[in-house]
Design a protein around this ligand. Structure first.
Ligand code: MLT
Ligand code: MN
Ligand code: ZN
Length: 302
């Protein structure tokens, strides 16, 4: 299995356009600290790639990776994109707005999503009717059992529900455990598995079982501790109340991840998270637990 880490930031990115908090100011002063919105690319088979979530940064994310670009070789079809589709973990704006950027797709695009996510993006966000005149979006069901990314691909993708939290624009929609899922990407050839969970509202038994089986786990690193959003002054709600278990403190995920057999990396970092500063002392604590922070443009091959 081959994965490209396209971005590792929570909604807003690092820096966020309207913010000058220490994290955002630090990222402006030190460009190496910049993080695009959290996303992965996974290779379904040679020359065919799927994005995990389609972020507002999708344009620069594709441009940063030659594997995702059409070939300019003489005789090549200049409009043949290796990008075949998108798999969604949820319907949040930071994970779905990029779908609209794919309107130029000549051969259409596959979007794999759970039922509530699909109907939110199509009907409430309006991307069903809006994209129809431009390209063909082939909506495919994502469920617990898993499906091949596409015909002929050894990679199977399945969903593990992790949160019933609806996006704010879909507040009126029905509750459903599949509003936000972790993706289980399993390579039937090598037997290797990656679990991708940019939002974790609780640590369920199903998630624990999936995490135990995974060779690599990408976990919700939105907030370092539960009070961070309140302390930073941008929310009245704790991290947990916002649907993101914090890294440390009561309910923290670090000690649980540290007990897993696989490699664990935090992603979806909010710009208030001290881990955005490579010199922060919090990195030493993570290293003691044997945990990592994912970096933009990391390549994972397993
Ligand atoms: C989240 O991760 O909780 C959402 O992206 C929040 C948001 O962007 O509104
Ligand atoms: Mn988010
Ligand atoms: Zn900020």
């Amino acid at each position: 299995m081959l994965l490209l880490v396209l971005g590792t930031a929570a909604g807003g990115g690092l820096p966020q356009w309207n913010c000058a908090c220490p994290g955002c100011a630090g990222a402006r002063a030190h460009p190496a600290r910049r993080r695009l919105h959290a996303s992965l690319a996974v290779r379904a088979r040679p020359g065919r790639w799927y994005l995990v979530n389609a972020t507002p940064d999708i344009g620069p994310q594709i441009e940063a990776h030659p594997e995702l670009l059409p070939s300019s070789a003489p005789g090549a079809d200049a409009r043949r994109s290796p990008l075949a589709g998108v798999v969604l973990t949820d319907a949040e704006l930071d994970h779905t707005l990029g779908i609209a950027r794919l309107r130029e797709a000549r051969d259409g695009v596959d979007v794999l999503a759970t039922a509530p996510v699909r109907s939110a993006v199509r009907e409430r966000l309006g991307l069903g009717a809006v994209l129809d005149p431009y390209t063909t979006v082939r909506w495919r069901a994502l469920s617990g059992t898993g499906v091949p990314l596409e015909e002929g691909s050894a990679i199977r993708v399945g969903a593990v529900p992790v949160s019933a939290k609806r996006p704010r624009y879909a507040a009126a929609a029905e509750p459903d455990p599949a509003w936000s899922v972790a993706l289980r990407l399993h390579d039937t050839g090598s037997g290797r598995t990656v679990l991708y969970a940019p939002a974790l509202a609780s640590w369920s038994e199903a998630f624990e079982a999936a995490a135990r089986e995974a060779d690599v786990v990408f976990a919700d690193g939105t907030f370092w501790d539960d009070d961070e959003p309140v302390r930073a002054g941008f929310s009245q709600r704790t991290a947990t109340a916002m649907g993101h278990l914090p890294v440390t403190g009561p309910g923290g995920t670090a000690h649980r991840l540290a007990a897993l057999p696989g490699r664990c990396l935090y992603t979806h970092l909010n710009n208030t998270n001290p881990l955005g500063d490579p010199h922060a002392e919090q990195h030493k604590r993570l290293a003691e637990w044997g945990l990592e922070v994912a970096a933009d443009r990391m390549v994972i091959e397993l």
